[in-house]
Design a protein around this ligand. Sequence first.
Ligand code: SF4
Length: 229
Amino acid sequence: MFHYPVAITIPLVLRTLKQHHQPPKTFLHFRTPFDLLVATILSAQCTDARVNKVTEKILYPKYSAPADYAEVSLRELEHDIHSCGTYRNKAKHIQAMCKLLIARHGGEVPRAMHELVALPGVGRKTASVVLSAAFGIHEGIAVDTHVYRVAKRLGLSRGRSPEAVERDLMRGTTPQDWGTLTTLLISHGRAVCAARKRACDVCPFQKMCPSSWAEGRKDRTRQDSRSSP
Ligand code: SF4
């Protein structure tokens, strides 16, 4: 049984991480909410850096509105996005999503979670990113692989699925902080608390974190890595 000198709470994590990282609202580059919706779909199982390369060099100069994506052949869209991985599914989803946006929403991105998740290829994580970064609407926390890992290692959640971790994080803070908490946990996961090598010796949580190897503790994510996003 560990005894920690200071209890780790989500407000403490927020305060501490704000002193160490200054992340943007989202790591994906976009001009409009629609761009962000497409970029977030492309970011599934792909790095943000790769998506930014594809959107800025290939997609944004060529496509601006849902009709642009809906009118090209599926083959052409697959070719344009192929380096983002799982490109066949992603191209199919993007075209279907664009057709539905035109048919149901006049080509505009809806501003409600239930309307966004009804679009092909759009899950709760994608919808949370778009609502928060494009509209400043906070309806959820986008639990990606970094958010999941860091939240579990810090003991902010014992959840065994992204949905359970999201619920714990939402309970522990106010909606205004959900977007910031997401990007701060991602920044910390990339820079310090990496998947393969956690740099506990330089981490501000090294003394209090229940997964700190610097204090002889085991990685809390080890036991349930199969359920991580
Ligand atoms: S102390 Fe180690 S395991 Fe805990 S958050 Fe920092 S880097 Fe991650």
